[in-house]
Design a protein around this ligand. Structure first.
Ligand code: AMP
Length: 612
């Protein structure tokens, strides 16, 4: 079975394993596909496409040819009926011969609800393998990581039980609750300041408070700090900014605040608090009183780097992170998803703009749809290229290529066939090949197909935005005879948490604040469930803002874009803006700023489900 064991204590052995995997990437990928197909050929899904090849017997090549010819490249909507059946208790071997043990809720949505990805027991070991490989890579580049601890701020989210009893939960919640995660402590490189009980506390405020407190108490031992994504790390820093005096008081008195009511959290923090410590409280208080620039470096002076993903949509947080971390290296170490974990950064100290990920060829079978980036004009999405590579559904124009056959400089959309029942599944990520490590390609994450706005883990595409804006137009503006002449948007990450900003140009004599606030609220109510959850339960997105610009502003925007190379004939108002320069063009025309005063409702239960 292609499930490689890896001892995180054995750096030489693990580095050797990486060389072996990447040198034999083609063979490894063939072995992975063979294992997935032979194990799952009898499943309803694969049998539906490959049934007649069932008797190919030892002719393995025939299976591969048939797989590529007959198994379609799919998106979530095509697999969701099978997943719904699993969620509803159908125990037949629908997509996987291995039992599906849980459903992983992705931050991508379908029909407004989070997508659910199947998972099996073995998959936890595959994830652990990747984390273990990373330990060796980090030790290669940063010495002495076993001489202290990592202050990793990690969180879980509530789980939902499906009618079948299968849990639906985010991939990291699943991992942190697994024995694989709890057993990590046996490795000396995995020592961390947060007690598992604090990480596993469902109340995110109590969890955050306790983890920060433990990080502060053990500040002299901290060698690295981090969270999974940049947005989460910044939220923690903001929380520290708002709560440092209470945290100091707890350190000074040795008593944990009463509002921490989670008993296992209290107990675990009490062991670390270990009595009053006024010297430490003074030191923390003195640093926090000096202001926030470089606070991470000052509070945790031995920190060598900050481990947070700053690629993709998280790149917007780099300037703010630099401010708070005092220029500590920002390391993006891993590229993963709910579908499966993909790969790691083999040169983790590279600057954020140079980060590339090597997909590990034993994690899944990878294919790549070439994407024609000549249709991309910076601010626009890749709808054109989607049409030209929409798999075998809308007529084949581009054929996918295998992992080792991608070309340097080529843009591709990632397709995975996993050990857990996804076959030729379009992940939706667009990647650029930057080079090779042995025969395994290395990829820069470019963006997610169609996504125009993202602050935390939510992914809002152009259609979602259009739908929400249209609802505000129909429900609020049109009944008052106000016409929305044009709009665009950007993700404002300068505030913590960041928030969506929409620029509206209106055909109205003047704007009424109440009306515009209602527009903000309708837009938020109409955005998808993950946006509303981040805004409502997680508080990881701030109130949506509409900035009304004076009449004629979008003509000025067009003139600006045309003078910067857009063709007049083909000019379309960009529905989202990434460049600060373009934001400034509209910013100068703003006549009013309005915010949503309500948090949108967040429906906790997807259809047919109830919380545990
Ligand atoms: P989810 O399935 O909700 O965990 O989201 C997975 C998605 O997050 C991926 O498909 C990517 O779009 C994004 N993602 C994960 N890791 C990275 C990374 N290292 N850099 C940029 N984007 C990432």
């Amino acid at each position: 079975m292609v499930l490689l064991n890896c001892d995180p204590d054995d750096m030489e052995g693990t580095l050797g394993l990486i060389e072996e995997l990447t040198t034999n990437a083609r063979e490894m990928q063939q072995q992975v596909l063979k294992e997935i197909l032979t194990t799952n050929l009898k499943t309803e899904y694969l049998n539906g496409f490959l049934g007649e090849f069932d008797d190919a017997g030892g002719k393995w090549r025939d299976h591969v040819v048939a797989f590529k010819k007959h198994v379609p490249i799919v998106e979530y909507d095509q697999v969701s009926p099978y997943i719904e059946r699993l969620a509803n208790g159908d125990r037949s071997t629908i997509i996987s011969s291995q039992p599906i043990t849980e459903l992983l809720t992705s931050s991508g949505t379908s029909g407004g609800q989070p997508k659910m990805m199947p998972s099996t027991a073995d998959e936890l070991d595959r994830k652990t393998f990747m984390y273990n490989v990373l330990v060796a890579v980090m030790n290669k580049y940063v010495k002495g990581l076993d001489e202290g601890k990592g202050m990793y701020l990690l969180f879980i989210k509530p789980e939902i039980s499906t009618p079948s009893g299968l849990m639906a939960r985010p991939v990291l919640t699943s991992y942190y609750k697994s024995k694989n995660f709890r057993n990590r402590k046996s490795n000396k490189y995995n020592a961390c300041t947060s007690p598992d009980e604090a990480i596993l506390c469902l109340d995110s405020k109590q969890s955050m408070y306790c983890q920060l407190l433990c990080g502060l108490i053990q500040r002299d031992q901290v060698l690295r700090a981090g969270a999974v994504f940049a947005s989460a790390f910044l939220r923690a820093i903001k929380f520290l900014e708002d709560n440092w005096s209470e945290l100091c008081l707890n350190v000074r008195t040795g008593e944990l605040s009463d509002w921490i009511t989670d008993q296992s959290c209290r107990e675990s923090v009490r062991k670390i608090l270990n009595g009053p410590n006024s010297r430490l409280a003074d030191a923390i208080s003195s640093e926090c009183s000096k202001g926030w620039e470089g606070i991470v470096r000052r509070l945790w002076p031995r920190t060598k780097y900050v481990d947070v993903i700053v690629t993709g949509s998280m790149a917007q947080y780099i300037p703010t992170l630099k401010f708070y971390t005092g220029g500590l290296p920002l390391l993006s170490t891993m590229y993963a998803s709910s579908e499966c974990y993909f790969g790691i950064n083999l040169t983790p100290l590279s600057a954020p703009e140079d980060v590339c990920y090597t997909l590990l060829p034993n994690m899944a079978y990878f294919e790549f749809l070439p994407v024609d980036m000549t249709h991309h004009h910076g601010e626009e999405d890749d709808k054109d290229s989607n049409q030209s590579c929409n798999g075998y559904g809308g007529g084949v124009i581009q054929k996918p290529v295998e992992l080792v056959d991608v070309e340097i400089g080529g843009y591709y959309e990632l397709i995975v066939t996993t050990f857990t029942g996804l076959y030729r599944y379009r992940v939706g990520d667009i990647l650029l090949v930057t080079g090779f490590h042995n025969s395994a390609p290395q990829f820069r994450f470019i963006h997610r197909r169609n996504v125009v706005l993202s602050i935390d883990t939510e992914k809002t595409n152009e259609d979602d935005l259009l739908h929400a804006v249209t609802q505000a137009k129909i429900l609020i503006l049109e009944p008052l005879g106000i016409r929305l002449t044009d709009y665009t948007s950007f993700a404002d990450s300068s505030s913590i948490p960041g928030h969506y900003v929409l620029f509206f140009e209106l055909d109205a004599v003047d704007t009424n604040a109440k009306v515009m606030e209602q527009c903000c609220e309708v837009v938020e109510a109409e955005l998808d469930a993950v946006y509303r959850r981040c805004r409502n339960r997680d508080k990881s997105i701030g109130a949506l803002e509409i900035r009304v610009v004076e009449k004629g502003s979008f003509d000025v925007l067009m003139d600006f874009c045309v003078s910067n190379g857009s063709s007049v004939n083909q000019y379309k108002t960009p529905r989202y803006i990434k460049s600060e320069e373009v934001v400034c063009v509209l910013e100068e025309k703003v006549v009013g700023r309005f915010f949503s005063n309500n948090v949108p409702n967040w429906e906790q239960q997807p259809r047919n489900m109830h919380p545990t």
